[in-house]
Design a protein around this ligand. Structure first.
Ligand code: ADQ
Length: 468
């Protein structure tokens, strides 16, 4: 069987890949990472220069190969073009995007450096699976170096509408770079349609059943939504809800319903709008005021980027205003924590929460929505309020779908969720948990690797002389 090589911007610390704290990609790929697999990427550390050779570590039968990033490369590649340009633009928020040609040049160079450090580690039959927007150009750089392996790519974030994508000065170069893969995976049908639209308007290419031919090579564009290990998460939530800290939480609620939000502190997650909606709820539904407690846990993220710092200040201000206006001697309407909570604690809190409030302005998938469902007690499940602009919404139609920009609409949804009868909550939960179980982490990685393994030999990519 061919060896699987995962390439991602961050490689998890091998010490933390098993156990309850492991999150994100490590969980999504757990099934695919059989002994013998290789995981290549950035160590998360900076040095004077970007490494030219990878450092290898073995753990649990897997090989982790990491490089460090030079301090100035980190700024231009990671904070600059990846998170200052691509991240906002791909989330269709061009107002937050900045473009600097110098950062883009470094982005290209770092993608080439990834490819150069990976090259000596590759075997002829390896299946290479590259992840996310930071690494759009790695496959093109590998092809330019003569690599003929099957290479797949998965985009974890949305792909923007073609008219927005075209705003990017190197839009065409990035599309051509993406066509160096054999298989390109998207979270939803919308993202794939946007990508195919961009290929059509940018390069005049027409897809047939999701497949395009580029320089005599077939590129298959597939929809392959990411999921979670629902049963594992459910077990973790049930066991933690019986623990002492859960009991403290229950006592502090004093019979009030808990509403929970768990997010990275990121402007795409719609936190200011969420706080506004909660304030509107308290204002318009005074009869519910003392019956609810909203816990928002927000993990600080990308704090070197100015926009993220101003977001944090804005949220502190809004949280203070809500509690200042509505708190009572024995009731605080909003508990706002800016930290990363242990995964097991998050699972337990989801289970205690009568409402899961997941309202990103735009999101590739949003695993919090799936985790909240998996954590519920089937006998007395809570209600998921979900943004229709999260990728998860297209696979979870029984959630209460809301428009996160509509503050009054979200306030109304909170009121409806709070008073929803048990039989309706159970009916929605039953449908949702079946969907979360079916579109699991294991199904995600199995489907993608099977599709990649199926690719037949393609002509050598000799014409791709340069990377992006
Ligand atoms: P993210 O934008 O990071 O991921 P998401 O899918 O919600 O978003 O995953 C976040 C993970 O971190 C969840 O497992 C959640 O429990 C955890 N988490 C978030 N805040 C936390 C906190 N304060 N404390 C503890 N844990 C916290 C990107 C894309 C998403 C896509 C995923 C996977 O932006 O759209 O769903 O990749 O493809």
């Amino acid at each position: 069987m061919a060896r699987l090589v995962i390439v991602s911007n961050r490689v998890p610390d091998p010490g933390e890949t098993s156990g309850p704290r492991a999150g994100g990609l490590a969980v999504g790929l757990a099934d695919a990472l059989v002994p013998g697999s290789l995981w290549f990427g950035w160590s998360g550390k900076t040095a004077e220069h970007t490494s030219t050779t990878a450092k290898l570590t073995e753990a649990d039968g897997l090989t982790y190969a990491t490089i460090d990033l030079g301090e100035s490369d980190y700024r231009a590649f990671y904070l600059g073009f990846s998170n200052g340009t691509l991240w906002p633009l791909f989330h269709m928020m061009p107002g937050h995007a900045e473009f600097d040609r110098g950062d883009y040049v470094i982005y290209r160079e770092v993608n080439q450096a990834f490819a150069a450090a990976l090259l000596p580690l590759l075997k002829p039959d390896d299946l290479i699976w590259i992840h996310d927007y930071q690494l759009l150009g790695v496959a093109a750089a590998l092809r330019a170096a003569g690599v003929t392996n099957r290479i797949g790519f998965f985009l974890h974030i949305p792909f923007p509408a073609p008219a927005l994508f075209e705003v990017l000065p190197p839009a065409k170069a990035l599309l051509e770079a993406m066509l160096a893969h054999d298989v390109i995976g998207f979270q939803t049908g919308y993202d794939r349609a946007h990508f195919l639209g961009a290929l059509s308007s940018g390069l005049g290419m027409i897809a047939h059943e999701g497949t395009v031919i580029y320089r005599q090579r077939k590129v298959s564009c597939i929809v392959n939504p990411i999921g979670i290990d629902a049963d594992g998460f459910s077990r973790m939530a049930a066991s933690i809800a019986r623990r002492i800290d859960a009991r403290r939480m229950i006592e502090s609620l004093a019979g009030r319903a808990l509403m929970i939000g768990v997010d990275r502190l990121d402007y795409t997650k719609g936190l200011p709008e969420r706080f506004d909606a909660y304030q509107r709820f308290l204002q318009h539904y005074p009869e519910h005021r003392r019956q609810i407690s909203f816990l928002q846990i927000a993990a600080p993220s990308r704090e070197e980027v100015e926009r993220y710092r101003t977001l944090r200040e804005e949220l502190n201000h809004k949280a203070g205003a809500i509690n200042g206006q509505y708190s009572d001697f024995d009731w605080v309407p909003l508990r706002y924590m800016t930290r990363t909570a242990p995964r097991s604690m998050v699972a337990g809190l989801y289970r205690l929460a009568r409402i899961g409030l997941v309202t990103p302005l735009r999101d590739g998938m949003n695993l919090v929505a799936k985790e909240y469902i998996a954590a519920q007690n089937p006998d007395n499940p809570g209600v998921l309020i979900l943004s229709r602009f999260a990728g998860a919404a297209s696979g979870l139609p029984e959630a209460m779908l809301v428009n996160p920009f509509d503050v009054d609409g979200v306030a109304e949804a909170i009121s409806l969720a709070l008073t929803m009868p048990l039989d309706e909550r159970q009916a929605r939960y039953k449908a949702l948990i079946a969907r979360v179980r079916e579109v699991s982490a294991a199904a995600y990685s199995r489907a993608f690797t099977a599709r990649l393994a199926d690719v037949s030999v393609q002509p050598p990519p000799r014409v791709l002389k340069t990377a992006i």
